[in-house]
Design a protein around this ligand. Structure first.
Ligand code: HEM
Length: 380
């Protein structure tokens, strides 16, 4: 049986996921010390349950960063908290991101991509996958070119504190990065009126409309815009490039968007997430006890034939696809449109530069993936 954590970086994890969907849709897996939700019904039930939360009760913030700027940011992220306060702040975050213009983000991403390619030489895949999306979101937050470039570098350091197995060195670097990111983004929150119509101004406006007065959580979630973008959008760009090497190239921008969206379903850049039971949770005959962990396999559920007919076929423009890659319910991702727009623009600009994706698969070696436990990001 496939280990669902190791699956994230297998060349082809999908037969293993399909076996889980068919045979063990919701079951305890001692190999990962967690319940594993694999089919669409289980994933929906887990994400929709208030008994299951995003952090262990005993450790709302990873112990190694408590009391540091990284811990302060982490503890205020809507992604990492639950409850009524989270839902109020989530409303503010959703409202702010709803103001972002995906077409404008796409133009920025295309400009950034052209600037990277104009330097000539090898295609800088890492920069296109990680730095360009982060710079675009930093620019949407009102940072200038230098500030955006610095923020893109720093967010790479900050996200290192998120995995459970982060080392003390990574946690230390994340703390420094968080402190500097707050300095970079702080003025945009404090002087939001002057900042005009950027993402931070929208965040402050949405907070005011919701009678939300504390600014520290707003600043933390501005850092969150960057951290949520970082690995996930890199994976979406990388997996789209690999799909382009295998599938027919989309021609129009509408076809390109449909292509990117089908990649998000078919080869999810975020393959799983975790939940922690605070109260008993039942699904079918299974009983999850308080303290138990649940691993939620988005990538398996996306290919559940119960929700997506012929789920293993790559078919852009599917009618009403069911896609779990951006989560569901209380923690659903509010950045989907931005992510799809940015990824589409980076990939489209690369294609327009006459880059031939087929060359990514032309060598004898199998594609390898970064050593991560939930993001599927190819090393190109
Ligand atoms: C391909 C790119 C992306 C993917 C696959 C993705 C996926 C996800 C997923 C799965 C979650 C929920 C995690 C959970 O329930 O455990 C999430 C949450 C979130 N995402 Fe995204 N995301 C992407 C890009 C972005 C971007 C570009 C932004 C903003 C600029 C963003 C902002 C957020 C925020 C603020 C949350 C927290 C929501 C909450 O917990 O209530 N995401 N994302």
């Amino acid at each position: 049986m496939t280990n669902p954590i190791e699956a994230v970086r297998l060349a082809d994890p999908y037969p293993g996921y399909a076996a889980l969907v068919a045979e063990r849709p919701f079951a305890f897996d001692p190999a990962v010390s967690a319940w594993v939700a694999a089919d669409a019904a289980a994933v929906r039930a887990v994400l929709g349950s208030a008994a299951l939360q995003v952090r262990p009760v005993a450790e709302p913030v990873p112990a190694g960063i408590v009391g540091t700027p990284a811990g302060e940011v982490f503890g205020d992220l809507v992604r990492m908290t639950d409850g009524d306060l989270q839902q109020r702040l989530k409303g503010v975050v959703v409202e702010a991101l709803g103001n972002a213009d995906p077409e404008y983000a796409a133009r920025l991403a295309a400009e950034q991509t052209r600037a990277c390619l104009s330097r000539g030489g090898e295609v800088p895949f890492e920069e296109l996958m990680f730095a360009v999306p982060a710079r675009v979101v930093a620019a949407l937050c009102g940072l200038d070119a230098d500030g955006s470039a610095e923020a893109a570098g720093l967010i790479g350091e900050f996200v290192q504190c998120i995995p459970a197995l982060a080392t003390p060195e990574q946690q230390g670097a994340a703390a420094l990065a968080a402190a500097r990111l707050r300095k970079l983004l702080g003025p945009g929150i404090e002087h939001a009126e002057a900042a005009g119509n950027g993402l931070l101004a929208a965040l402050v406006r949405a907070a005011r409309d919701a009678s939300w007065t504390r600014t520290a959580p707003l600043l933390a979630n501005a850092v969150g815009f960057l951290s949520q973008t970082y690995d996930a959008t890199a994976g979406l760009i990388g997996n789209t490039l690999l799909a382009l090497a295998r599938e027919e190239t989309p021609k129009t921008s509408a076809e390109r968007e449909a292509f990117v969206r089908e990649v998000a379903r078919h080869d999810a850049p975020i393959q799983n997430t975790r939940r922690f039971a605070t109260e008993p949770f039942r699904h079918g005959a299974a009983e999850v006890a308080p303290g138990d962990q649940v691993l939620v396999l988005f990538a398996a559920a996306n290919r559940d034939p119960a929700v997506n007919p012929d789920p293993h076929a790559f078919r852009p423009g599917r009618e009403a696809p069911v896609v779990f890659t951006f989560g569901a319910a209380a923690h659903r991702c509010p950045g989907e449109s931005l992510a799809v727009a940015i990824a589409g623009a980076v990939v489209g600009t690369l294609l327009d530069s006459r880059f031939d994706p087929a060359r990514l698969l032309s060598g004898p070696a199998e594609v390898t993936y970064r050593q991560l436990v939930n993001a599927r990001i190819p090393v190109l």
